[in-house]
Design a protein around this ligand. Structure first.
Ligand code: NAG
Ligand code: NAG
Ligand code: NAG
Length: 357
């Protein structure tokens, strides 16, 4: 009996190809769910940008997600003079009283702060939010700015703009800017280094990684413990942890095993949207900064640090610090909106914070 070539093709497909394809698919599936089954999709409930490192944040309905994080997030930073070392809430908790706001009409960043020794006066200046190279060449000098162990070229603004802030800080300071696209980007280190991530990625002035994702469910769980530890009226807002993307979340602390995220419109829209993927590269190990009330600049003596230390020292790579939120590196650029859907597309059991290169 002679088989037609179509039948032969079908036989070859069934006997040889199909098992390989299904095996590969199965293996891939196993790999993607190495940290357990994928949780149900959740949604973005808030987006936050912190234009100046350690200063007050802004809640926005929509933001451009860049390789370096949300646009306007931590692109500016206060530094010491003359050595251009980063200044943070850790040095001066009242830095959170410096409030940047964004004027969409003029594309400017407006910065205000309470003037020292005055109730009514405010320190104030404005700068372009997306300065051109020419504007930067005319108005700034390039200096080497240091954040933790990394030093990167940054644009330093004139003291005619910023010197009123010397009094606020109690020392001579400068304001520096790092554009998201830079000839000398600040490369990621640790779990974000090329060696670990498999590609080059960079960030402006965030401590470590481009994006911090937090979960409302985890905050609620933490707050229920804080109420017990302190009193029933005690709770902290999410702003203490300074996340960029806040999601509703599934189970509290389920984010500990996230490996990859995809963001997409809540409803399938006819408009083509290239859904960005984010690598979840590490848990975010915390210091005492969440103890600072971002509205008053006052630091609580115990909470949430004491409570977090009791049960959130969960990362085997950094056991002396508690973790809250997940640090992510976007693979592609896109506009993200509050209400968008967030899917965990891979889970892992092997999260382990690595330091340095
Ligand atoms: C500010 O705080 C950081 C983090 O604790 C520290 O590394 C840095 O040396 C401090 N800088 C100054 C000028 O105090
Ligand atoms: C930069 O300075 C030059 C020379 O003073 C001036 O012609 C130009 O308009 C300035 N550009 C910007 C963007 O400020
Ligand atoms: C971070 O790097 C360590 C060491 O290579 C690795 O074990 C861990 O899985 C990495 N974390 C993530 C989330 O990739």
């Amino acid at each position: 009996m002679e088989l037609s070539s179509a039948t032969q093709g079908a036989i070859i497909l069934t006997i040889f190809i199909l098992p390989i394809v299904s095996y590969t698919y199965y293996q891939r599936r196993l790999q993607l769910t190495a940290g357990g089954p994928l949780p149900p999709p959740t949604e973005i409930t808030s987006l936050f940008i912190y234009p100046i490192k350690s200063c007050h944040g802004i809640s926005v309905p929509s933001a451009r997600l860049l390789g370096t994080g949300l646009d306007l997030d931590r692109q500016w930073m206060w530094v010491t003079y003359p050595d251009y070392k980063f200044l943070t809430i850790r040095n001066l908790s009242k830095m959170t009283l410096i409030r940047p706001s964004y004027n969409t009409e003029t594309d400017t960043l407006v910065i205000t702060a309470p003037a020292p020794n005055s109730v009514d006066e405010k320190l104030h200046f404005e700068i372009p939010a997306h300065p051109s190279e020419e504007w930067l060449a005319n108005n700034t000098d390039v200096v080497p700015a240091t954040v933790w162990s990394t030093t990167t070229p940054a644009h330093c603004y004139s003291t005619t703009l910023t010197s009123p802030f010397d009094n606020f800080f109690g020392q001579e300071v400068r304001l520096v800017y790092k554009p998201p696209i830079s000839p000398e980007p600040r490369r990621l280190i640790g779990n974000g280094s090329k060696q670990h991530l498999g590609r080059d990625a960079s960030v402006c002035f965030a401590d470590l990684m481009p994006v911090l994702v937090g979960s409302e469910k985890s905050l609620a769980e933490l707050n229920s413990r804080l109420k017990k530890a302190e009193d029933t009226s005690f709770s902290i807002p999410i702003g203490r942890f300074r996340p960029n993307i806040l999601v509703r979340g599934d189970k509290p602390w389920d984010e500990d095993r996230w490996k990859m995220l995809r963001i997409s419109p809540a409803e399938k829209s006819p408009k083509a949207y290239k859904a960005p993927l984010l690598d979840v590269v590490a848990r975010c190990a915390r210091c005492h900064v969440p103890n600072v009330d971002t509205e008053t600049g006052e630091e609580h003596k115990r909470q949430p640090w004491d409570t977090l230390m009791k049960y959130r020292r969960v990362d085997p790579g950094i056991t002396f610090k508690p973790c809250f939120g997940m640090l992510c590196v976007p693979r592609t650029e896109a506009t993200v909106d509050v209400g968008m859907r967030v899917e965990v597309t891979a889970t892992t059991k092997s999260h382990r914070y690595v330091k340095g290169m």
